[in-house]
Every structure is written in structure tokens, then in C-alpha cells.
Design a protein around this ligand. Sequence first.
Ligand code: ADP
Ligand code: MG
Length: 232
Amino acid sequence: MSLIRTESLNKNFTRGDETIRAIRVLTLSVEPGEFISITGASGSGKSTLLYILGLLDTPTSGRYFLNNEPVEGLSDTELAGLRNRFMGFVFQSFHLLPRASALRNVMMPLVYGAGHGGVLSEAEQRERAISALEVVGLKDRMNHRPNELSGGQRQRVAIARAVVNNPKLIFADEPTGNLDSKSGRDILGLFERLNAQGVTILMVTHDPSIAERARRQLILRDGALVEDRRGI
Ligand code: ADP
Ligand code: MG
């Protein structure tokens, strides 16, 4: 059973009297456990695709099935629930709360979403967040704020936040885009470890050496899927 299946997705934006076809007739299936990179020139629709698949945006037309269930027609609350239970997000610019410690940042999805099994006590939230920080090797930095951490460390906090609810799927939009190459490789290594534990990963990147490490590589051009390459 596919985790993700789309049929002829289209996404149009209008700017003035111009229509931008950001995604064009895009059909795609993603199986559980895949590690997929998405590349393409700037403006080719990578972020738009990731946001639609991550239920942060809706297509103009076409269908999207998550776990074989159509997502069209779901309410905002239902969509937020699905995001919280199934998905983690990692962005180029980390999106951390500047005044909150690493620990508080990682606890955030638990505070808002309550995760899988109902509301967690504050002590349980702390415990879960600390183990997530341990996974990314930052337990000893949990009381530091983002501005006291390096870029690579901030991205690792963001990854801990993305995995604190044990998601099935991680969406990452240029996660290494603001990092030096060593930190970028560390982040990729973390994604590879999560993938080895069964987490499905879709990662947008500019960097061909990073894209190449994914077992399946998608290439977008002008909103269309022009290549779907599977490595060995
Ligand atoms: P990429 O991530 O590959 O750089 P995007 O998905 O951000 O590309 O954008 C694809 C196209 O859609 C671009 O032409 C971009 O300008 C346009 N676009 C994206 N978001 C919006 C928006 N909210 N309003 C209008 N145009 C948009
Ligand atoms: Mg983008």
C-alpha cells in the first residue's frame, strides 16, 4: 500500500493577470520506507510539491491519497491532526522559536498536538523531547537557545522537533541549504539513520552530491516531474 499517491496534481498561482503553473499533472507514488530527493532549478515547484504533500497547501486540481485515503474535503483540524500524527517538517531556515531553549522547541509539537496517545503530562513531554535531542546528539545542549547554537546544531534541534512525535514521513525543504558542507553531511547522515529505522523521507535539495545519496531521485522542471530515477 502506498503511503502517498497523487494523480495528475496541478497547482496554479495567480499574480496579477498571470497564471503560474507551479505543479503540472504530477502523478507520483511513494512507498513506506523510501528515501527520495527532489531537485530542479529554482522556481521549478519543489517547495510547492512538498507543501502539498505535507498538507500545508492544497492542489488546484488532481487527487492526493495519504495511506490510501483521499485528503480532499478534510477540515483544517483533520489536516492538522494528520500532520501532527504522521509528519515531521524540516526547513532551510530552521524555523525555531528564538527565545525558547532547544528543549522547549522540541517539546512544541507535543504541547500543541498531543501526539499519538492523547495529552502527555509536562514530565512526559520533557522526557520525549530529551530522547529526541539525544537521537540528534544534542542532549547536552538542551538548555541553550538557538542563537547559542551553530547552524548545524540548530538544524539538528529542528530534526529532533520533527521526529518527537515518531512520524512516518519527514518532509525536508533544502535542509542543508544554510549549512557548511560538513554540517550538511551530518544532517544527511541523520536522515539516513532515521530512514534505516523505517521513516520515509522526502528531501528537496539543490546539491547534487546530496541528492545522489537518496535511493530515489525526482527531478522537476517547470512544475512537471521529468525524471524518476532509482538507484541500486
Ligand atoms: P522551488 O521551491 O522549486 O524554487 P516553488 O515551489 O517555490 O519553487 O515555486 C514554483 C513557482 O510558483 C515559482 O514560479 C514561484 O514564483 C511560484 N509561487 C510559489 N508560491 C507562490 C505564491 N504563494 N504565490 C504566487 N506564486 C508562487
Ligand atoms: Mg523552494
